[in-house]
Design a protein around this ligand. Sequence first.
Ligand SMILES: Cc1cc2nc3c(=O)[nH]c(=O)nc-3n(C[C@H](O)[C@H](O)[C@H](O)COP(=O)(O)OP(=O)(O)OC[C@H]3O[C@@H](n4cnc5c(N)ncnc54)[C@H](O)[C@@H]3O)c2cc1C
Length: 388
Amino acid sequence: MRLEYTQSQRVFRKEVRAWLADNLPAKPLQSLDTAEGFEQHREWEKTLFDGGWSAVTWPKEYGGRGLGLIDWLIFEEEYWGAGAPMRVNQNGIFLLAPTLMEYGTDEQKARFLPRMASGEDIWAQGWSEPGAGSDMAALRCKAERDGDDYIINGQKTWSTRAVYADWLFGLFRTDPSAPRHQGMSFVLLPLDLPGISIRPIRQLNGQPGFAEIFFDNVRVPAGNRLGDEGAGWRIAMATAGFERGLMLRSPGRFQQTAKALVNLYKANQERADRDPGIRDAVIRGYVAAEAYALSTYRTASKLVKGGRIGAEASTNKIFWSELDLKLHETAMQILGARGELLPHAPEAAGIGQWLDGFLFAQAGPIYAGTNEIQRNIIAERVLDLPRS
Ligand SMILES: Cc1cc2nc3c(=O)[nH]c(=O)nc-3n(C[C@H](O)[C@H](O)[C@H](O)COP(=O)(O)OP(=O)(O)OC[C@H]3O[C@@H](n4cnc5c(N)ncnc54)[C@H](O)[C@@H]3O)c2cc1C
């Protein structure tokens, strides 16, 4: 890997920076876990799409720019560096889209990708069930074949923003008699079908960040299945690789948080230096964010040369989730009691976002497969240790 940008990559970076400077929303958007905030974020997706920035690596025919992974990393660095909003369609753009590109038919790609890129269809992920979290192969929500359709019955849970989303990609049991990893299929369905009821799950802050989804004889065309019947587990594992690996958590956002942490430390240095451990944690956090960026460039270079992402997806996931937690914990230590101010509190100017980030960072070691499970994967598949 050569750690140097080409002339065209440098030009590209300037172009991204200029566009963001001209088009960023004047005021921060409301939380995407509220109905209003969700719609504001959907509009932002449309603005990105109209500017050609919604999905820079996708082929042009589906609404992308046809650029490479390194360009995407540059875009992400600029995106987060400019303080741009969270992507409300991240489940679609970063998880389902790469899966569709690999396993979808041409018809499915043409049907789903352009509407995803423009924010017309916002996607939720329907994997977890009350009895199937870490052990996802235990899922029981059924999709039974009936002519050209599937009839779906059962329940999903913890589906992020499914309260407002338009479509769901999920894993359903199509053959209960098959070995448990083989009897599942990957199905795409609109969330307004008859027989679907969605019950919000409120977070501690009162906002409905998640939903339970109940299916009562929901009829879905078999043409909405991604890949072969029974191949759902293998396809979902590819999606999970994207989630834990490169796409969902690009380094730009952690580099931005690390820079903000350095600035927070400088602005509060006298107080922070009373505990020598804080200065050390700031330095370590900054270096770790840079190391994550370099490691991601290495993975991207490997992929560009035709390689595949393997167990490093699990090491990545542990690294970014623990890094995010550490950066926010250090910020809270610097802020002391002021760190508890909610973002909209009058005295919270400039610091309120640290509490939001701190609360969300708690979830990092859980979602996208818990870190305990990632450690099991590394132990068994990388280190070849015996199963416990
Ligand atoms: C912010 C957030 C967003 C989410 N969004 C979605 C979403 O959009 N769609 C969706 O389908 N799901 C979503 N989830 C659910 C998430 O995928 C599950 O919470 C996760 O897979 C863990 O499952 P569980 O909660 O059932 O915990 P459990 O599986 O019950 O695990 C409980 C604890 O036991 C540990 N444990 C379990 N088995 C083992 C083992 N074999 N070895 C060692 N330790 C073990 C776990 O690591 C964990 O610490 C989200 C979760 C969060 C926090």
